[in-house]
Design a protein. Structure first.
Length: 625
């Protein structure tokens, strides 16, 4: 059975202290692993921690019922009223501050120092920071006085941006942590690690919405493993892998979406050479767990990493096992995820999905045109308001299926600085592009222009599930869920959006593609790291904040982004001087076609795998962390 298209690369890393390299072949590409164990780290400072301490007050702000307006050096709109109030105070033998002084004496707060603030109120400074409880008690004493109109604590306000306290998200780790969630930033004058012109700016979207449990995403993939950073964020799913030997769990379809491991061993190939003839020997990928973590990792829980949707939920739909996924299983999984009835093969139907979704993420595909089975299912889902997001593929060639089907949001992968990764497929079928990680081990330009991958959740078992952990991952497999997660945020902000509005909103809100006068445009002659345009990589770069702003006002939305950033730099000069990043694409053999869910293994990947085997033989360490 043809295998499924996975992420181009994976890399796990100890984000703080060490990087131990362990390498294995990933299905459809090189999988580079540097293990990150679950961190025992102190809580990073973030918005949630700040929110608790904000209840402390730097004094109180008080206004009396008949307080006169403060005199100023500027023209007063009602000077006569000011004069009357001042004259009244003088007639009573007191200055403007005396009424407040009397209130303070009666409330036992003689020590407070006063300072005029606002139109007619006073800031009371007690010479110390008041705890929340102390500020509340003093406020209550003042409110008990009939002369007092109102009292508020003088709290310290903070930037209106949501910053989770997950240690791997922290801004101080932006170059090695979850940089892909950070705001768009940097210029060509910055060093590479500080250039984030390709990221979708998800952190800024969190100021508008942090997601909702009512906008879950179905992840059609290898299933799910247990991870503490996903606790409470996984809804009931289903296992649609119909071939028992491929499923790896001893049976065919069942109600357990758990990932038993999709490894292929020498014993598998020996026991059933026909079934596993086209499958490479490899360890388990935990691909579904990686994607679930990107979408809905528990966020601001002072543990691990953050997810795109703080309150998000994932419906795991297992469609892939050893060697990949069958089209029939993917199609049934799509329909079930959307809440449609799926036949059970015995004249009846499977139990309906109790958590039907509006967003489906598919990070599997094949190098063949869209077929009728896919298109019928996609049409059916679109009619129900469901958006299908699919990875473009990793052969730096034509867009894979089902991303090349009509009505699908097809996603190409960019590196952190906004130009195409060495592996991403491209073409007119792409809807929008976003970061997918770009490995430094690939292409002539890799050491100069690549990034270190997208940090997310993972499992460290080699065959069966092992310890939960974190990984750096690479591939259009992981660019797709970035878009699916943003669609979930859009639906969290406005659940009434139609599928057509969502797709239109992703396009209309995109930032223009980055530009360069030194790196060539993407083409069959220049297919790897290259400059995208609307003909090759969709409407532009995914912009999470603007997508949510569109969702909040589809009719009135106007995109403020007008021009793409120029990414030319000294690094680009050095890379271009080395010659082409990779060779030109080889035209496909006439009549060749893919099959199954994964389709045929592309020639580009065959070359990559052959090169990787020799390289790994020299670098593979003796054990994996």
């Amino acid at each position: 059975m043809p295998s499924g298209q996975r992420g181009a690369h994976r890399a796990t890393a100890d984000a703080v202290a060490r990087r131990a390299a362990a390498f294995s072949l990933c299905r459809r590409g090189l999988l580079v692993a540097l293990a990150i164990t679950l961190p025992q780290m102190a809580t990073a400072q973030g918005a949630r921690t700040e929110a608790v301490s904000e209840r402390a007050a730097h004094g109180l702000i008080v206004q009396l019922r008949e307080a006169p307006a403060h005199a100023t050096s500027h023209a007063r709109p009602d000077a006569s009223a000011q004069s009357r109030n001042t004259a009244r105070a003088a007639s009573l033998g007191m200055g403007e501050d005396e009424p407040m002084r009397r209130v303070l004496r009666s409330a036992g707060m003689d020590e407070a120092r006063m300072r005029a603030v606002g139109r007619a109120s006073q800031h009371l400074d007690f010479g110390r920071v008041l705890s929340g409880a102390e500020a509340a008690a003093l406020s209550a004493r003042l409110r008990a006085r009939p002369e007092v109109a109102w009292v508020v604590p003088n709290e310290r306000e903070h930037r209106l941006q949501a910053l989770p306290n997950d240690p791997y998200f922290a801004a101080t780790l932006s170059s090695t942590g979850q940089w892909w969630l950070q705001p768009v930033s940097g210029s060509s004058a910055n060093v590479l690690k500080n250039r984030l012109r390709g990221v979708p700016g998800i952190q800024l979207a969190w100021a508008l919405t942090q997601g909702s449990a009512s906008a879950p995403v179905a992840v059609l993939d290898t299933g799910i493993t247990t991870h503490p950073d996903l606790a409470g964020h996984i809804l009931g799913g289903y296992d649609f892998v119909s071939t028992a030997d491929i499923a790896g769990d001893g049976d065919g379809r069942d109600a357990d979406p758990g990932d038993p491991g999709d490894y292929v061993s020498a014993a598998d190939k020996s026991a059933n050479p026909a079934l596993f003839a086209t499958c490479a020997i490899e360890n388990s990928s935990w691909h579904g767990t990686d994607i679930a973590g990107m979408l809905a990792a528990a966020t601001s829980n002072a543990e691990g990493g953050a997810g795109i949707s703080w309150n998000g939920r994932v419906v795991p739909v297992r469609v892939a096992g050893k060697c990949g996924a069958d089209v029939a299983d993917i199609v049934d999984g799509m329909r079930w995820a959307a809440g449609l009835a799926v036949a059970n093969g015995s004249g009846g139907f499977l139990p309906l999905n109790q958590n039907p979704v509006r967003v489906v993420n598919i990070s599997f595909g094949g190098s063949a045109p869209c077929n009728a089975a896919y298109q019928d299912a996609i049409n059916e889902l679109t009619a129900r308001g469901v958006v299908v997001v699919a990875a473009a593929g990793n052969e730096h060639g034509a867009v894979a299926r089902p991303a090349n089907c009509n009505g699908v949001v097809a996603v190409a992968a960019l590196n952190r600085d906004g130009f195409k990764t060495h592996y991403s497929n491209f073409g007119s079928a792409i809807s929008v592009s976003t970061v997918g990680g770009d490995s430094a081990q690939d292409g002539v330009w890799g050491p100069l222009l690549a990034d270190d991958g997208l940090l997310t959740l993972d499992n460290h078992g080699t065959q069966a599930p092992g310890n939960a952990g974190y990984s750096r991952i690479f591939g259009t497999s992981f660019a797709a869920p970035v878009v699916a997660g943003v669609v979930s945020l859009m639906l969290s902000a406005n659940p009434n959006l139609t599928a057509a509005q969502i797709i239109s909103g992703l396009r209309r809100s995109a930032r223009p593609h980055v530009t360069s006068v030194k790196i060539g445009a993407c083409s069959e002659q220049n297919p790897t790291r290259c400059i995208c345009n609307t003909a090759t990589c969709g409407a532009g770069l995914l912009d999470a904040e603007q997508a949510v702003r569109f969702a909040l006002d589809p009719a009135g939305y106007l995109n403020p982004n007008t021009a793409g950033a120029s990414i030319d730099s000294a690094d680009v000069d050095a890379a271009v001087a080395l010659g082409p990043d990779l060779a030109v694409n080889v035209p496909p053999t006439p009549g060749a076609s893919g099959g199954g869910g994964g389709g045929a293994l592309g020639g580009g990947w065959l070359l990559a795998l052959a090169l990787a085997v020799g390289w790994l033989a020299r670098t593979r360490p003796s054990e994996r962390e």
